[in-house]
Design a protein around this ligand. Structure first.
Ligand code: GLU
Length: 308
């Protein structure tokens, strides 16, 4: 079967070295299998993202020698233009009674949550699930606008990650009822990503390890909606020398700064070294890496990037 993968960046700033590592591995995963790559722009949150950042990231990918077969700045591949698909699925979930309105404010939500998970997220205790129709109505009359949560069953979901191995979560205990639509009407990442991956026929999802904890709930949502979940491959995050995760605000690791200091082949070599494909950083093109690529070589744990 032909592989169809995707790279799905959020255009909320200039990409950093860690984003480029995920992009390179998503590209190599597809190209080494003779498959196709979709570039999807995850700009659901129009306050935090911009078309300029999106255009910039396309340029950064091309600069590194990465291409794609579908997607980019066309409306069909920008989440901000795909609301009708999310609406449709949301309506189905509502009709099935799978989602419920949650009126908790941010501080109420934190108070209504079990202790934080390892990834800093909180597990909501489901209190709004138990509201009566009259209580809901009273809150609506106060002008409260609800977010919508999907009700999670007491179910263990296991994902066989193609890089990290087996990962299991007990949905009710480890994840809790999660938001699929925010109170301002914007659809949440968890819903949009599942709908898009399914409708775009994606069967390989390659992305940063910070999203491994989202994989069980996404696999479950795929199944609940009658889709086949994709195979997941979570790639190491790059850490600064002090152990912090690289973030878009680390300007010296962002593509603006890196492109001033490196050529594309030099930077590809550095990424290939971090990805376990080269023994030491040396100039290489993305195309030359295709024959060297194997998931067996890619580290399972995060990698300290040092100061390049
Ligand atoms: N848009 C997400 C990000 O940039 C990635 C989502 C995904 O790959 O599932 O972090």
């Amino acid at each position: 079967m032909e592989v169809k993968g995707r790279f799905a960046p959020t255009p909320s700033g200039r990409m950093h070295l860690g984003n480029m590592l995920a992009a390179l591995l998503a590209w190599l995963d597809v190209r080494s299998a003779g498959g196709e790559l979709v570039l999807r722009i995850e700009d659901l949150d129009t306050q935090r993202t911009s078309r300029e950042f999106a255009a910039q990231l396309l340029d950064d990918l091309r600069w590194l020698g990465l291409d794609w077969d579908e997607g980019g700045l066309e409306a069909g591949y920008m989440q901000s233009c795909r609301t009708k698909y999310y609406e449709e699925v949301f309506r189905t979930l509502k009709e099935r009674g799978a989602v419920y309105p949650c009126y908790c404010t941010r501080s109420e939500r934190l108070a209504a949550s079990a202790p934080h998970r390892d990834d800093g997220a909180v597990v909501y205790d489901g209190r709004c699930y138990h509201l009566t129709a009259a209580e809901r109505e009273a809150l609506e009359l106060q002008g409260r606008r609800p977010a919508w949560r999907v009700r999670c069953p007491d179910l263990k979901v296991t994902v066989e990650d193609g890089n990290c191995g087996r990962y299991t979560e007990d949905l009710a205990r480890d994840c809790g009822d999660f938001i699929v639509r925010r109170s301002d009407g914007v659809f949440a990442y968890q819903l949009a990503v599942v709908v898009d991956d399914a409708l775009m026929g994606i069967d390989h999802v390659v992305r940063g390890r910070d999203l491994l904890c989202s994989a069980p709930r996404q696999a479950w949502l795929h199944q609940m909606l009658g889709y086949v979940p994709p195979a997941f491959f979570h790639v190491p995050l790059l850490l600064a020398p002090d152990g912090r995760r690289l973030a878009k605000r680390d300007r010296d690791m962002d593509m603006g700064s890196l492109r001033e200091r490196y050529g594309p082949e030099e930077l590809t070599g550095l990424l290939a070294f971090y990805a376990g494909l080269l023994d030491r950083p040396e100039k290489v093109t993305a195309k030359e890496l295709v024959s060297l690529f194997s998931w067996a070589k890619v580290p399972k744990n995060d990698v300290v990037a040092g100061t390049p």
